[in-house]
Design a protein around this ligand. Structure first.
Ligand code: ADP
Ligand code: MG
Length: 695
């Protein structure tokens, strides 16, 4: 731990290493590719590959892998060794430019939503030179995109990269209108705050529900939950501290800027936030963070739970997606500027985001939809399923005065007209000013808080980039043709506020009144994945993705199918796990305890003591057990009756309204039994044990 600067990035083939090791011309060519997306000459690729291999061998690597992010939401890798036979008996270590640039994994078992069936059977991986290669275990990992032979994206990353190009193109048009001709690229930046639980590994192993589904399907309320709020930002326990220290070390070696860590609201819940990076790099890094969290936890006898809702009645986990736009010179475009002109530019970008969120509430909701996250959104702990924007009172006042044309006085400053005044500084939302908003402006960035803790960052950011790109393109179309630039600019901002202010809400998003109010405003309330998903394939949305070259119609439909399939498969596994636990463990535990109670009651009667508490308790447990048995039978038949094929939306709807609903009914008597049965009979570690045992 002694030398962090030396350790930092030591397992990454980054710019410094490239500069040091590559011939000058090769380095320059590669840099052009990395910064401007220029195609790489195959000869140059050979040199890069060889240098990468030499570097990797020095670090102890023997294999290389194309590392990619299929639609399963986790990363995939297939390892090939560098060895190439020579002279019959010997081997040398080789790695060619061809192998670096393109891979052909046998991809037939990754979800494709029918894409490969209709086009080509195989997929290929293509190097993403903008994300650095790194060493994991004994492998050189090369970040790649994963496509079908027809070029359709089969992964999460390709559309993200396309959306970054789209927003860059449109934002540059706007910047040019404000006189910025130097900027060559506008990048989107992301800093994700990752929440997770740490529990004891041995206890985890005793819970089939956690092992198979990542969340508890049963569990009576513990005597203490999170009501004392004594865990949030509390002292970090020694075992957790030692885990965090190890985790940081591993992340730093991979060049991941792990920065802050603290306890979260729920017992055993924690958070890690890195310093922000370019969207695709942040996405890759976050996948690594999740993977390494799990690995390091295991070493410490712990298990890291990334599920959105591991425990009923206890806060779930999210991944706050801090998002902003910046020029290649580092100018943050969501930072109110120092001059009137910069402020006019800021207000235009702000207007684009507000309009985008209002017009595309459905896409943002879709981008965070999953079986796991459905537990979170809408419960009083996470942003609701209703999408709205928090701006804070100061900025909201400024916008109101622009709309009305009446001056707004703030902190001795008068704000009247765009492009002629300097905005007041807006306080950053560093405190808990508003933790309930799904989409909050926090001084110089937006924080999209609805993202689930297991989710890849790729989809939410692909959506954000695309919808904002579209608004920017509409604004640019008007402004490029305007005779009176300032007048047109004023009108755009004014009209946008007038037409889209319904999306701005600075109050408490958890309050039931907000649901009513949002309804009055005509905002969408897409409560579950099956409510949200149909909006993915509307003509309007298909056209939007096509316009910006982010997703083709086929790709949109494929994604829609895959997400729905993931959704009902997840619930299917949960239902089967429930049935297994009831039959194999819970009913037998109840029966054993009832047997003991019955025998004692009978003995007492024989001795003439009269029936005591045993009989009463036995009756209660018997009542709940019979109920459990009946609910279990119903659940089993609901699962058996599930449609096996056909429309994915219909299957998903069935799982939501029938199987998932019946799971909730089935859980109730089981939790009652748990609260009555003696500890030594209960087959699983309890909520109390799971949540409070790591010290
Ligand atoms: P808070 O703790 O109040 O949420 P922070 O300033 O600590 O605020 O930011 C949280 C996350 O936001 C961090 O990951 C940080 O790197 C990230 N962040 C800060 N500025 C930006 C930006 N311009 N673009 C994207 N993410 C950012
Ligand atoms: Mg935050």
């Amino acid at each position: 731990m002694s030398n962090v600067p030396e350790m930092f990035g030591s397992l990454v083939f980054n710019d410094t290493v490239m500069k040091e090791r590559l011939p000058k011309a090769t380095y320059k060519a590669l840099r052009e590719t990395r910064e401007r997306g220029k195609a790489l000459d195959p000869k140059v690729a050979d040199v890069v590959a060889n240098t990468m291999k030499e570097w990797a061998l020095e670090k102890g690597a023997t294999h290389f892998t194309h590392w990619f992010q299929p639609m399963t939401g986790i990363t995939a890798e297939k390892h090939d060794s560098f060895i190439t036979p020579v002279d019959g008996e010997k081997v040398i270590m080789e790695f060619s430019g061809k192998e670096l640039i393109k891979g052909e994994p046998d991809a037939s078992s990754f979800p494709s939503g029918g894409l490969r069936a209709t086009f080509e059977a195989r997929g290929y991986t293509a190097w993403d030179p903008t994300s650095d290669a790194f060493i994991k275990g004994n492998s050189l990992c090369i970040p790649t995109a994963f496509c079908s032979y027809g070029g359709e994206a089969l992964d999460k990353k390709t559309p993200l990269l396309r959306s970054m190009d789209a927003i860059s193109k449109q934002a540059l048009r706007i910047l040019k209108l404000f006189g910025n001709t130097k900027a060559k690229r506008v990048i989107t930046t992301v800093g994700p705050e990752q929440e997770y639980f740490l529990i004891d590994k041995a206890m985890y192993g005793q819970r089939k529900d956690l092992v198979y589904t990542g969340r508890t399907l049963f569990g009576a309320k513990p005597p203490k939950g999170q009501e004392m709020e004594d865990h949030y930002f509390g002292v970090i326990k020694p075992r957790v501290a030692s885990f965090m220290q190890d985790l940081n070390k591993e992340l730093w070696k991979l060049g991941i800027l792990a920065k802050t860590e603290h306890n979260e609201v729920a017992p055993s819940q924690h958070e890690l936030a890195p310093i922000f990076a370019t969207s695709n790099v942040a996405t890759d890094h976050n996948q690594l963070v999740m993977e390494i969290m799990k690995k390091v936890a295991t070493k410490h006898g712990l298990t890291c739970l990334l599920h959105e809702k591991p425990f009923d009645g206890i806060n779930g986990s999210g991944k706050h997606n801090n998002w902003s736009l910046s020029t290649d010179a580092g100018e943050n475009l969501l930072e109110p500027g120092e001059s009137p002109s910069q402020n006019a530019q800021f207000l235009l970008f702000l207007a684009a985001v507000i309009k985008a969120v209002d017009e595309h509430q459905d896409l943002l909701r879709i981008s965070v939809a999953s079986a796991g996250n459905d537990h979170r959104l809408g419960a009083n702990e996470a942003p609701p399923a209703i999408i709205s924007v928090f701006l804070g009172d100061e900025l909201t006042d400024v916008l109101a005065s622009i709309e009305s044309g009446k001056p707004c006085v703030q902190k001795d400053r008068v704000f009247m007209e765009i492009g002629s005044d300097i905005l007041p500084r807006f306080p950053k939302d560093t405190t808990d000013r508003n933790r309930t908003s799904p989409f909050a402006f926090t001084g110089n960035k937006f924080e999209f808080r609805s993202v689930g803790s297991t989710a890849s960052l790729a989809c939410p950011n692909m959506m954000l980039n695309t919808i904002v790109a579209d608004e920017l393109s509409q604004f640019a179309d008007i402004l490029e043709n305007a005779k009176d630039f300032k007048g047109a600019l004023n009108k755009i901002v004014k009209d946008t506020i007038r037409d889209h202010k319904r999306i701005i809400f600075n109050g408490n998003n958890y309050a039931p009144e907000w649901v009513e109010e949002a309804k009055k405003r005509g905002l969408l309330n897409l409560r579950s994945t099956v409510d949200a998903m149909p909006n993915y394939i509307t003509g309007e949305n298909v056209a939007l993705f096509k316009k910006h070259g982010v997703l083709s119609k086929t790709e949109v439909y494929a994604r829609y199918d895959i997400e729905l399939e993931n959704y009902y498969k997840q619930i299917h596994i949960e239902a089967l796990t429930m049935l297994d636990m009831i039959k194999k463990d819970i009913l037998p535990a109840a029966a054993s305890y009832m047997k003991e109670l019955g025998e004692t009651a009978a003995q007492k009667k024989q001795l003439g003591i009269g029936a005591g508490f045993e009989e009463d308790l036995l009756k209660k447990i018997a009542g709940h057990s019979d109920k459990l048995y009946a609910e279990m039978e119903k659940l089993e038949s609901d699962v058996d009756n599930a449609p096996q094929s056909g429309d994915t939306l219909e299957i998903a709807k069935y799982y939501r309204s029938t199987v998932f609903a019946q799971m909730a009914e089935t859980r109730k008597p089981a939790d009652e039994i748990e609260s009555l049965v003696g500890s030594k009979y209960w087959p699983y570690p309890t909520y109390g044990e799971l949540l409070f045992s790591v010290v």
